[in-house]
Design a protein around this ligand. Structure first.
Ligand SMILES: Nc1ncnc2c1ncn2[C@@H]1O[C@H](COP(=O)(O)OP(=O)(O)OP(=O)(O)O)[C@@H](O)[C@H]1O
Length: 239
């Protein structure tokens, strides 16, 4: 479904070139849940931004469903994100002067979903993420963790074939992390593909596969057999 070939990113703005991603090859099958891990500065965010068209590559190719996408224009990417790809990234990018409810419904409405269906989907997602009572708030009135969950709800509103997420549990306490993990498990079981940058072992344990980066290269790429992990003094069955 998603393929990167010889992908390179060199940041050159500060004068000294930074080789953030160095000739990376990655192939992700439809329905896989892939966690991208690695130490700070290893290139995880850069990689996922390139995969979602938020940051241009220096060289290499990105293919989505058999079509080359690294050559797409901004508007081409915007269309793709609306139709196929949900993206949760750091900074959240919520529309400040719209309510939480409208932020979550907007992508579905833009994609042509009926207002009734968009509202039902929004209600379901906000409920699953314990955000129903914040539906009429504006993003500026929310905590960082609430904004993060709204961004996840918005990314899932269109049931995207591919969900890309950068640290979706980064700001969350354990209860909210558990809500997010449950929802991700559901999304995965429903057949959607998930590619997620995370430092969180609980998220990684839910994934089928962990890709580890170091200095912009893949140093490990393996499937995880574990389905149960210990968290905060208890064993959580994540499936
Ligand atoms: N806009 C930028 N300009 C210059 N260098 C950058 C830029 N963004 C990232 N880098 C550099 O590229 C490298 C990879 O950064 P990236 O943010 O992808 O790492 P990461 O693995 O996501 O780190 P973290 O876990 O801390 O978020 C780092 O050396 C970083 O300093």
């Amino acid at each position: 479904m998603l393929k990167a070939h010889n992908l390179v990113k060199i940041y050159a703005a500060s004068g000294v070139p930074v080789h953030a991603v160095r000739g990376l090859d990655l192939e992700i099958e439809a329905g896989e849940f892939v966690a991208i891990m690695g130490p700070s500065g290893s290139g995880k965010s850069t990689l996922i931004h390139m995969l979602g068209g938020l940051d241009p590559r220096t060289s290499g190719e990105i293919w989505l469903d058999g079509k080359r996408v690294d050559t797409l224009s901004e508007s081409g990417w915007a269309l793709l994100r609306r139709k196929k790809v949900g993206f949760v990234f750091q900074g959240f990018n919520l529309v400040a002067n719209m309510t939480v409810a409208d932020n979550v419904e907007l992508p579905a409405l833009l994609a042509g979903t009926s207002p009734r269906e968009a509202r039902e989907r929004r209600e379901q997602l906000l409920d699953k993420l314990s955000l129903s009572d914040r539906a009429e708030a504006s993003p500026g009135q929310l905590s960082g963790g609430e904004q993060q969950r709204v961004a996840l709800a918005r990314a899932l509103a269109n049931r995207p074939a591919l969900l890309l997420a950068d640290e979706p549990t980064g700001n969350l306490d354990s209860r909210n992390t558990r809500d997010v993990l449950r929802l991700l498990g559901e999304v995965h079981r429903g057949g959607q593909t998930i590619v997620m940058v995370t430092h969180d072992a609980r998220v990684a344990a839910l994934a089928d596969r962990v890709v580890s980066l170091l200095d912009g290269e893949i140093v490990d790429d393996g499937r995880i057999p574990r389905r149960k992990i210990a968290g905060a003094g208890e064993v959580i069955d994540l499936r």
